[in-house]
Design a protein around this ligand. Structure first.
Ligand code: SF4
Length: 345
């Protein structure tokens, strides 16, 4: 049996040719799957009954099933642990902001990148997610929101995994979720976060997709960054920032640099000055994120005062900086922490 969840209308049309199904039927099937919560052909009442039976013999529609769910005390963040057909599970997070509903999608089960502040990488990478599995996370939350007459408004690819190490599937997913027969999500409402895979950053700039690129920088120089992010040994900070500059120039989109603030590691005034030098004259902004302590590591959060001082120093050097509001710390919203709890014996 072949799973068709995650196929485009064009792919479905090709697949359905042996059944002599006209192209408009492929679109109807896609709308049933992606907009009308169908998980079987039997509910697709605008398809002939004979065709529904024929398709059900050969094809199936695999969605994600919920293993667990956590709500933050303020009910603004909900985290889901979603499982796929082979039992592999990932986290997907819904954040209710004043400007709409944002979701954080995983692109790989686990992660190979080894960032020391991240719980997703503690058990390494299991595998890449397919287009259908990334879409299944998104549609799961969209269906969840529908009961309250709401929908997914913005999406960040910032869950477990390095999206640019799963390049083709991630691009296929972004294009599919944008289709009117799917979620019709605007490209400008999508942010892709990378740890700095330089060749794929240049490739992404050429895709002609006006999505926002977010680069996990987390340090102002190679010495500190290599301690925090092993990927820096392969793609040093200057090469990452050059690729970010190229992305901004090609797409005319502001690049966001993520900077997790860790007490005594990367939060000095000197670090703020170095960071400003690095990003000078670039269409860029910095997102400062006081670290969520990770149980498996020993990294501490700086005081609120210290965070404000770091932000003010960047502003003085003409770098736009915002301190990210914490959401869901009480449910361990930092990526990977809940999945790890489930993996623990
Ligand atoms: S921060 Fe992102 S790239 Fe780094 S280990 Fe975690 S999931 Fe992977």
């Amino acid at each position: 049996m072949q799973n068709i969840f995650g196929l485009t209308v064009e792919e479905l049309t090709v697949l359905l040719r042996p059944w002599k199904v006209p192209a408009y039927r492929a679109r109807q099937i896609a709308e049933w799957m992606y907009q009308r919560q169908a998980d079987s052909f039997s509910v697709m009442t605008n398809l002939p009954a004979v065709l529904r039976e024929q398709l059900a013999e050969k094809l199936l529609i695999q969605r994600a099933s919920m293993l667990d769910r956590w709500d933050s005390a303020d009910r603004r963040t909900t985290k889901f642990l979603l499982a796929f057909a082979d039992g592999v599970a990932v986290e997907t997070v819904l954040m209710r902001h004043s400007y709409g509903n944002s979701i954080c999608v995983s692109t790989q089960a686990g992660c190979a990148m080894g960032c020391v502040f991240c719980a997703s990488t503690v058990h390494g990478v299991v595998r890449n997610l397919t287009v259908g599995e990334m879409l299944a996370q998104t549609i799961f939350i969209n269906d969840f929101l529908k009961s309250g007459q709401e929908r997914v408004d913005t999406m960040v690819l910032m869950g477990s995994g390095e999206p640019l190490m799963n390049y083709e599937n991630v691009l296929g997913f972004i294009r599919l979720v944008h289709e009117p027969y799917c979620l019709n999500l605007g490209y400008r409402n999508i942010t892709l976060s990378t740890s700095g895979i330089v060749p794929q950053m240049y490739a992404l700039a050429k895709e002609n997709l006006p999505i926002t690129l977010s680069v996990s920088l987390h340090a102002p120089n190679d010495e500190i960054r290599s301690q925090l992010m092993p990927v820096n040994k392969k793609y040093p900070i200057a090469a990452v920032v050059a690729a970010g500059r190229d992305y901004a120039e090609q797409t005319k989109r502001r690049v966001t640099y993520e900077y997790i603030l860790i007490d005594g590691v990367n939060d000095s005034e000197e670090a703020a000055r170095e960071l400003s030098q690095l990003l000078r004259h670039q269409l860029a902004s910095v997102n400062l994120i006081p670290i969520n302590p990770v149980a498996e590591r020993h990294l501490q959060r700086p005081s609120a005062e210290h965070v404000e001082r770091f932000a003010a120093m960047l502003e003085r050097c003409h770098i736009t900086a915002t301190v990210r509001r914490e959401m869901g710390t009480d449910i361990q919203a930092a990526c990977g922490q809940l999945r790890n709890q489930h993996l623990k014996p």
